[in-house]
Design a protein around this ligand. Structure first.
Ligand SMILES: [Ca+2]
Ligand SMILES: [Cu+2]
Length: 223
C-alpha cells in the first residue's frame, strides 16, 4: 500500500512535468524557483525490516531539470551508518515509461534482509551510479571511493549535476536507492563471522560483504 501511494504521487508529478510548456503547470509543487526550472522532491524510505540493525534511516531526493538540459540530483539522508561511503544509484528499466517501485520489508524473505537481488524485481537494474566524481555508468556501481560519505552523525548530503543520464529520460518512474549498513557497528564494511548479519556475503558477489551492498533507502522519482 505504501509503495502504491508513492508511485501514484510520482506519476502525478510526471504528468505535471510533461505539461511544463503550459505555463502554470507547476502549481502545487514545492520548491520550484522559476517556471524554467522544474524541481521535484521525493521521500526516501527505509526498506529493511525494523529488526535489521542500523537500517532505519530516512531521506529525501530532489531532482531539478535545469534550463540548459542538465539534471541536478540531490540526496539527503539521516540515520545512515556513520563515517562510511554509501553506494547510490538510479534504478529502473530503460524503455518506454516503465514504472518500477520500492521493495518493502516483506521482500526480505526467510533470511530477514532485503538484499540487492530481493529488491531488483521491484526497482530494476542500475541505470546510473550516483558517484560524486568520475564515471556514472553501472560499471561504477560499487566504486566506494567515489560515493558520498555519511558524517559522524550518519547524515549524508550529495549533489551532482549530470549532463546526460542515459536510461533516465526514457524510463518511467526511476528509484533512488542508497546502500550500505555497518550491521556490527565496527566502522567498516567487512566480514565478521561472529555477527549474524555482518557474516553474510553480498547477493551480488560472495567476495563482498553484505554490509557494502545491502539497500537501505529507496524512493521513486518520475522523469
Ligand atoms: Ca561492519
Ligand atoms: Cu543501487
Amino acid at each position: 500500500m505504501r509503495n502504491t501511494t508513492r508511485i501514484i504521487t510520482a506519476l502525478v508529478a510526471g504528468s505535471a512535468l510533461a505539461l511544463s510548456g503550459a505555463g502554470a503547470a507547476f502549481a502545487g509543487h514545492d520548491g520550484n524557483p522559476s517556471a524554467k526550472v522544474a524541481s521535484y522532491s521525493y521521500s526516501l524510505d527505509a526498506i529493511q525490516p525494523t529488526d535489521v540493525p542500523g537500517s532505519q534511516a530516512e531521506g529525501s531526493t530532489r531532482v531539478k531539470a535545469l534550463p540548459n538540459g542538465k539534471l541536478q540530483v540531490t540526496v539527503e539522508a539521516w540515520g545512515l551508518s556513520p563515517n562510511l561511503p554509501h553506494a547510490m544509484h538510479l534504478h529502473g528499466v530503460p524503455g518506454p515509461a516503465t514504472d518500477m517501485a520500492c521493495p518493502g520489508p516483506a521482500a526480505a524473505g526467510a533470511d530477514g534482509v532485503v538484499t540487492v537481488l530481493d529488491g531488483a524485481p521491484f526497482y530494476g537494474g542500475i541505470i546510473t551510479s550516483l558517484t560524486s566524481t568520475g564515471d556514472v555508468s553501472p560499471a561504477s556501481a560499487l566504486a566506494l571511493d567515489r560515493f558520498a560519505m555519511s558524517d559522524a552523525d550518519g547524515y549524508l548530503y550529495y549533489q551532482r549535476t549530470f549532463t546526460d543520464v542515459p536510461g533516465y529520460t526514457d524510463a518511467g518512474t526511476v528509484q533512488v536507492v542508497v546502500h550500505g549498513i555497518d550491521f556490527d557497528g565496527n566502522g567498516a564494511y567487512a566480514f565478521n563471522a561472529d555477527d549474524p548479519f555482518s557474516s553474510r556475503p553480498s547477493s551480488l558477489n560472495a567476495g563482498i560483504p553484505l554490509e557494502a551492498t545491502v539497500p537501505v533507502l529507496c524512493g521513486g522519482i518520475a522523469n
